[in-house]
Design a protein around this ligand. Structure first.
Ligand code: GLA
Length: 471
């Protein structure tokens, strides 16, 4: 389908719009080729495996077809695919450049001897999807061949391989030597990629790293253009994630500062906070041992779920510690991320503008109404390094009469934590409805980097005395 409205003068765009209505001719659209119902989920190789290409010395860690096949099997064996982690995504460092005659990208023949189409078939035979990486500039961030100048050829090559998702990075867009470019260059480079995806013979999700290259001010980023002109389904907003709590914390703070701008994106698009580091053993002196604590890992998944970020596992799922795998398997938390509303949570307490006081900055409450209006996800965090004391009390106006609250990280997800007054399985929190439509939360002694994620269910029938049925 032709992408008729990309990168043309606004009068021309208006003319195309009017004539397409008058003539009832299907003119095509620049919105993403795929209408994503929920953020993508799966595995992505960059966080743990980086650009490891020395397969002789690092046979288990190198970017080769065996890594992606064995990871696919592990997603299935560990139950991760069954809860939604169904995409296997190759990040950078897979190619050997371009064929000198056809100019098509070729995968490194030593590391991908069966070729990419065979890998795509392997994944599709197992009901998994296939993700790959390119760059809208002349080179990838790792210095491999980029798609600039070859957009249509590359999009069609990916289509021929059966690719379902393409991560489009933003290095080397301005020229071959610098990462620092100006906004117009990004718009031109990513809309050229978007047009190419519209022409390709297979529908592919386009994930754009564009906004992480254009500074920290989310209010200044052209999300409408990214969605409506370039056709990006999802985009990376902020710096690369790393397997350290400080780095995850930094990302959460960025969201807390810019949450309103990050929420104001086109319906159907998704901000990305980058990969999950839950269960990742990179930096650990002992293979298989994680760096994040259980609480920190839960906090990351809780937060990524609330902000409807794609959920790409960055850990080596073939050797993941079962306690961390179980965090990734929490289907109640995944349901919040995948909720049909496609909406990012609002920050209710502790975000911008806020008092410049360490404890207040570190105590945050986020909430998100779920599709159907019969429940609401509410999370309370202490992201800082001080224990939060008993002085914090918040009254949250919610949408209906609270029937019960379920602590989504509890061992007993049936227990009603609102009406017990205990705030879940520990006594860190006191959560209870204080009057119709108002939920009171008191933080008692909330340990550092801890969180609670509660789903508040309402009575369906809020008329008179008939508050009996849960939906
Ligand atoms: C950039 C991206 C990372 C990864 C690397 C690959 O840094 O932000 O996610 O894709 O490039 O080189």
């Amino acid at each position: 389908m032709l992408c008729t409205c990309c990168a043309v003068h606004s009068n021309v765009r208006l003319w195309i719009f009017i004539s397409s209505i008058l003539l009832l001719v299907e003119s095509g659209s620049c919105v993403p080729v795929v209408d994503l119902k929920s953020p993508p989920m799966g595995f992505m190789s960059w966080e743990r495996f980086r650009c490891t290409t020395d397969c002789e010395n690092h046979p288990n860690d190198c970017i080769n077809e065996e890594l992606f096949r064995s990871t696919a099997e592990a997603l299935l064996d560990q139950g991760l695919a069954a809860v939604g982690y169904t995409q296997v995504s190759i990040d950078d460092c897979w190619s050997a450049g371009r064929d000198p005659v056809t100019h098509r990208l070729v995968p490194d023949p030593r590391r991908f001897p069966s070729g990419m189409k065979a890998l795509g078939n392997f994944l599709h035979d197992r009901n998994l999807t296939f993700g790959i990486y390119t760059d809208a500039g002349s080179k990838t961030c790792g210095g491999y061949a980029g798609s600039m100048g070859y957009q249509e050829l590359d999009a069609q090559t990916f289509a021929d391989w059966g690719v379902d998702f393409v991560k489009v990075d933003g290095c080397y867009i301005y020229n071959n030597t610098t990462h620092h470019t100006i906004h117009a260059d990004y718009e031109a480079a990513f809309t050229a990629m978007g047009r190419a995806f519209h022409k390709a013979s297979r529908k592919m999700v386009m994930s754009c790293d564009w906004p992480c290259y254009t500074g920290r001010n989310e209010s200044a980023k052209p999300f409408e253009t990214m969605y409506h002109e370039a056709g990006c389904n999802t985009w990376r907003n902020f710096a690369d994630i790393d397997n350290r709590w400080n780095n995850v914390h930094h990302t959460i703070r960025h969201w807390a500062t810019h949450w309103k701008a990050l929420q104001a994106i086109p319906d159907g698009s998704f901000n990305s906070a980058d990969m999950l580091v839950v269960g990742d053993d990179r930096y650990s002196p002992v293979p298989g041992q994680t760096i994040l604590t259980i609480d920190q890992a839960r906090l990351q998944l809780t937060f990524w779920a609330l902000i409807t970020s794609p959920l790409f596992i960055g850990a080596d799922v073939r050797n993941i510690n079962p306690a961390y795998r179980d965090i990734l398997l929490n289907k109640h938390v995944i349901a919040i991320n995948q909720d049909e509303s496609r909406k990012q949570a609002s920050c209710l307490v502790g975000c911008h503008p806020r008092p410049h006081n360490a404890t207040a900055d570190d105590f945050q409450v986020w909430g998100k109404p779920m599709k159907g209006g019969h429940s609401h996800a509410v999370a309370f965090f202490n992201v800082g390094s001080n224990t939060v004391a008993s002085s914090i009390q918040v009254d949250l106006p919610l949408d209906g009469i609270v029937a019960r609250c379920v602590d989504l990280w509890s061992n007993d997800p049936e227990e009603d934590v609102c009406n017990s007054g205990q705030g879940g399985t520990t006594s860190d929190w006191d959560i209870r409805p204080v009057r119709p439509g108002v939920l009171r939360i008191r933080a008692l002694q909330v340990a550092t980097t801890s969180q609670r994620l509660v789903r508040v269910d309402y009575y369906c029938d809020q008329e008179g005395d008939h508050q009996v049925a849960l939906c």
